[in-house]
Write a protein that binds this ligand. Structure first.
Ligand code: BGC
Length: 952
């Protein structure tokens, strides 16, 4: 198949997926004469969520063409029906809301405007649309979706109390305590014939929990692990809701909960390193839980089971110790068979202890839960010394293992995890620092066991197992890959195998670092929501995965961690006192402005920026206060001042320059002060705040003037004279128009000391790639991305990388590992080149927020014969592909209904850029040539698939 045909095929498949909606059932096409179908209904970015706290939740859907060959389709109007029962909805009775026909092209961020909904109430909804060219013809109704209102306030939790085990922890030390198990036997009463027609469990914990009902895990195998995830537990904690109807029965039942220390009571990233703090129990010493299970009976009555002092508790269970960083210790001799089901004798257990409710707000979880997303089989097993078995999972991953073990009663198997191996084939663990990521299993009566930890996670490719009675089978270890279940929405492939692996590595690194919080790395004793890292990576992250719900959860973490004086933290959550330290750093704190802005660009979500606006203003005002007009250079108060982190001055290579790569810190900081101020002005414009729009636009202009005066010379050279400095200044628009060409030339000139190699750090790498491509040096950008010499992405891939390294020179042939004090092999910042792959190689760019309009500007470069990919935007799939053919380049792009766009083709000669006449897609509907812009022939496009041909 040619790339074009493959793309067409992809477009058809995607169109079918969209039309089939979330549950995968195809709608009867014959009933819908409209040109459009509606699918993928979501509420607050989630598919049929069970606990929505928003009184006016926002609804969205996707459109697909009935005929994939059609073009220029748009939604002229929609109608939403919301009902209090599926039966009413089936009769088209919008008992809660009938929007009636609304003339609007919106397909997302549509606020519910019906009757107010009460705690626990369920709403069923569907939508239909009218296509612009046939406004009299409605589409068929979409499939039915639903949402349930969560527990809106403290009173909604009824008599539920926070409970935990009553045993007091030892006075000395903070070692992990055994995981408490709590249980409650309860009976569901009622007349003969009465049934449980609905059951919802609401639960949260200070710590981590696993909820069980009648012997089964709520959430299923691998569902909602590490819940309730990490927030600032002094301010807010998330609860989860589960439909447990199938687990509860009339008569005798039993609920059980196991609690782990987690972020609340265990080690948290940096807790052993940031001075003055304890190593564990940062938020509290003992985990606690809050549960309410609501039952609805067939006669309309309701019953609730709540956590309180009537629950029974023990710390004699098999999880002897658990810690997110250190691992889990399990002693099967302490198992309590049947403890989570009816009929268990808990008379030796103690009464659970009711504790005072924490001050934190208890809020619904807005992001997709952390889950076991996939499994990996080991690809190899070695035995570097007798009885030491090392499994290679073939992929640097995050999660844990399911281990099939055999051994003798009372003996212990030790399972260690590492990202890389030493040259002699043994585990390299020095870079884990103080995170031991070791699980231990002690055999009880059964000498064959399947073990899987619950309350820890590890970053690893290699698994070392010792203490077994005999040589394990090659399939003894299964990797359970764990991450936030944000939908994966991006795709990329090209004619170069190394680049394809690089793209995979970027995606894997993202998976590995989305654990409710966007972390820096998943393996060493860090794993914090480092702000600078996500600032650099956010656009790539959004191309790879639908981050809307994830960011809806995490952006409030940045507010919770903002210091009283307006400093954003270096990482969020910030458990170590944002008012005192690890706050206020250029390009780290700025994530509190950049990341919500990226979310707005990708999802058109004004609520995210409205909620963040005051915090963003306080950040700008803080910097301004410390660096007042007229100077306006960010000279003062830069906190830990990391600068353009891990730029090439940090490389340890023979003959490599040790100076000349790093942007001077003051210059770097001032650039971010400018860009954040400019974004705040833009936010104010979107939020209709004219005074602030002007105020911050003026301030940004003044910072720019000050910047140019201080750091940009009349010949276009800059203070520091670094590749990175020019790249960032050009990227942020800080170079006067008339000097841009000179600054670009100098940026390229600065490759010389590095033999043509890259020398950028976390924050300048993407800007460098983007600016090279945009300013006449696309060939140079391709040369860099395809380079295989150190430092380069290609070098990592050639040397076995399956995730992105923290440092360009994490490992070097002949030299070995970089400083183990900071050398992760799974750090996404340098993977921000993914944004360039989508937006420059494929040329997919949002031309307006939420991809309502799209700018295609694909830039083929030397070394590749084709590239193709897609991004499933909030409005549906957008695809782009190009392929070199004998007499030129063929471009294929597609847009979903409701989206229009422009394509800029790489020629300025209109006679050389044509809609491809040789393709079957030429159906008489033409794209309009709009002229020549910025050296490129421009076509205007509506929805549909278009093939263009550009002669050399
Ligand atoms: C982290 C980084 C982070 C940095 C601050 C490191 O230890 O791993 O990714 O941004 O500290 O400079």
């Amino acid at each position: 198949m040619t790339a074009t045909l493959r793309l067409l095929f992809l477009a058809i498949v995607l169109a079918m997926c969209v039309a089939s909606g979330a549950s995968g059932q195809i709608q009867p096409a014959a009933l819908t004469p409209s040109a459009l179908r509606v699918g993928y209904l979501r509420c607050e970015y989630l598919v049929s969520p069970l606990a929505v706290d928003e009184p006016k939740p926002r609804l969205s859907w996707e459109l697909a063409a009935m005929d994939v060959r059609s073009r220029g389709l748009a939604q002229a109007a929609y109608q939403i029906l919301v009902a209090d029962s599926p039966e009413a909805l089936a009769k088209d009775h919008g008992t809660l809301w009938d929007s009636t026909r609304v003339a609007d092209h919106k397909t997302s961020q549509v606020e519910y405007a019906g009757k107010p909904l009460a705690t626990g109430q369920q709403a069923w909804w569907k939508v239909r649309v009218w296509e612009a060219k046939s406004p009299e013809q409605a589409s068929g109704w979409s499939e039915v979706a639903t949402w349930k209102v969560g527990l809106l306030n403290r009173a909604s939790w009824g008599d539920a109390r926070w409970i935990g085990d009553a045993a007091a922890p030892p006075k000395e030390g903070l070692d992990p305590l055994p995981a408490p198990a709590l249980r409650k036997a309860f009976s569901v009463s009622g007349e003969n014939g009465l049934r449980v027609t609905g059951a919802t469990a609401y639960i949260t914990a200070m710590g981590l929990y696993e909820l069980r009902l009648n012997g089964k895990r709520v959430g299923g195998d691998g569902g909602n692990v590490l819940a309730p995830e990490w927030t600032d537990y002094t301010k807010r904690v998330q609860y989860q809701a589960y439909d447990v109807t199938w687990l509860v029965k009339k008569g005798e039942n039993c609920a059980g909960v196991i609690l782990g220390d987690g972020w609340y009571a265990g080690k948290v990233g940096l807790s052993g390193i940031v001075p003055k703090g304890p190593e564990r129990a940062i938020y509290g010493r003992q985990p606690r839980v809050l549960v309410k299970i609501d039952l609805r009976m067939s006669d309309g009555t309701a019953q609730s089971i709540v956590s309180d002092g009537s629950w029974r508790s023990t710390i004699e269970g098999p999880i002897v110790a658990s810690d997110l960083l250190d691992g889990e210790t399990y002693d099967a001799r302490r198992e309590m068979p049947g403890w989570d089901a009816t009929g268990f004798d808990d008379s030796k257990w103690t009464a659970a202890k009711e504790v005072e409710a924490p001050a934190a707000a208890v809020l619904t979880q807005p992001n997709e839960p952390v889950k076991v997303m996939r499994e990996l089989a080991a690809v190899n097993m070695t035995e570097p010394s007798p009885g030491v078995y090392i499994f290679d999972m073939g992929q640097n991953m995050v999660g844990w293992c399911r281990a099939k073990l055999s051994g003798r009663t009372g003996t212990t198997v030790t399972i260690r995890h590492a990202e890389v191996l030493n040259a002699d084939g043994t585990m390299y663990t020095a870079n884990l620092r103080k995170a031991s990521q070791t699980d231990r299993y002690t055999f009880g009566d059964k000498t064959e066991a399947v073990f899987e930890p619950r309350f820890t996670y590890h970053g690893f490719r290699y698994v070392e197992v010792t203490g077994l009675a005999s040589k394990p089978a090659p399939d003894a270890i299964t990797g359970r890959v764990v991450n936030s279940s944000s939908p994966e929405v991006g795709d990329f492939m090209c004619s170069d195998a190394m680049l394809n692996r690089l793209w995979q590595n970027i995606l894997w690194t993202q998976r590995s670092n989305l654990i409710g919080v966007p972390t820096d790395c998943p393996q060493r004793d860090e794993r914090c929501g480092w702000m600078g890292d996500i600032l650099a990576f956010a656009p790539t992250a959004c191309f790879n995965m639908d981050m809307a719900a994830f960011l809806t959860k995490w952006i409030p973490d940045t507010r919770n961690a903002q210091a009283a004086d307006g400093r954003f933290p270096d990482f969020a959550p910030h458990p170590y006192g944002p008012d005192t330290r690890f706050s206020g750093v250029p390009a780290w704190g700025d994530a509190g402005v950049f990341v919500p802005w990226a979310a707005y660009q990708f999802y058109g979500d004004t609520r995210i920026i409205a909620d963040q606006y005051d915090a963003a203003v306080r950040w700008i005002e803080y910097i301004h206060f410390k660096n007042p007009s007229p100077d306006l250079l960010w000279k003062n108060s830069r906190g830990n001042d990391y600068g353009d982190w891990l730029n090439a001055d940090t490389l340890k290579l023979a003959g490599w320059p040790t100076k000349g790569a790093e942007v001077p810190k003051e210059v770097f900081a001032t650039m971010f002060f400018f860009r954040s101020t400019q974004i705040v002005s833009e936010m104010a414009r979107v939020l209709s705040k004219p005074d602030d729009t002007k105020k911050y636009a003026d301030l940004a202009a003044a910072i720019k003037d000050a910047f140019i005066k201080a750091y940009v010379r009349s010949d276009g050279t800059m203070e520091g004279d670094t590749q990175a400095g020019y790249a960032l200044a050009l990227h942020f628009g800080l170079i006067p128009k008339e000097l841009e060409a000179a600054a670009t030339a100098r940026m390229v000139e600065r490759f010389k000391p590095y033999n043509g190699q890259i020398s950028t750090g976390f924050h300048s790498t993407l800007p460098l790639m983007a600016q090279l491509s945009a300013r006449g040096h696309n060939d140079a950008a391709y040369r860099l991305v395809l380079n295989r010499k150190m430092p380069s992405w290609g070098y990592e891939v050639d040397h076995g990388a399956t995730t992105i390294w923290e440092r360009w020179d994490g490992w070097v042939e002949g030299r070995g590992f970089q400083d183990p004090g900071m050398n992760s092999f799974s750090h996404y910042a340098i993977g921000a080149v993914g944004e360039w792959m989508y937006s420059t190689m494929l040329g997919i760019q949002a031309d307006s927020p939420g991809f309502e309009t799209v700018l295609f500007r694909p830039r083929p470069g030397p070394g590749l014969t084709w590239a193709k990919g897609s991004y499933r935007s909030i409005r549906g799939p957008i695809t782009s592909a190009w392929q070199r053919v004998d007499t030129g380049i063929r471009f294929t792009v597609s847009l979903p209904p409701g989206v229009s766009g422009r394509v800029l083709l790489p020629t300025s000669d209109p006679s050389k850029a044509t809609l491809d006449p040789a393709t079957m897609l030429e159906q008489g509907v033409k794209a309009d040539i709009a002229g020549v812009e910025d050296g490129s022939v421009v076509y205007r496009l509506g929805s549909g698939v278009y093939v263009f041909f550009v002669k050399p």
